[in-house]
Design a protein. Structure first.
Length: 127
């Protein structure tokens, strides 16, 4: 877009990111290593981080395939339009959004997430 080859804005979005924006004890977060299957704080934190990072649209939804009362999810959309402002927003959102998944799984004690956090210099106050 910045070069002009693509003329319309591009929208990057997702419904729910299984690793960091979902609390669904009957599906995505079933049998978490530390027993934290249903902790709804993670999707809310994910949504708030996406808002603070400059996402264009952030949603919090309930039910997500397993029924109302059984899950909570957060979604996001960020627009790429070639501007410097959009580039900054993209960098922040596309770092914070999946980073929530690393934090969530590191907090639950998963070795791969702890390793990824250490490799990327992610400060995890709970570890």
């Amino acid at each position: 877009m910045r070069s002009g080859r693509v003329r319309a804005p591009v929208v990057i979005g997702r419904d729910h990111l299984d690793s960091g924006s979902v609390a669904s004890p009957y599906r995505e977060t079933e049998a978490m290593q530390d027993g934290s299957d249903a902790i709804a704080d993670w999707p809310i934190l994910n949504a708030l981080l996406n808002v603070a990072s400059g996402a264009t649209w952030v949603s919090v939804h309930h039910g997500g395939g397993v029924g109302i009362g059984n899950s909570i999810h957060a979604g996001m959309v960020v627009v790429a339009d070639g501007s410097a402002d959009a580039a900054e927003r993209l960098e922040r959102v596309l770092t914070a959004d999946p980073g929530t998944g690393v934090m969530r799984h590191a907090d639950a004690g998963y070795g791969d997430a702890l390793s990824a956090a250490a490799e990327q210099g992610l400060d995890l106050p709970s570890t």
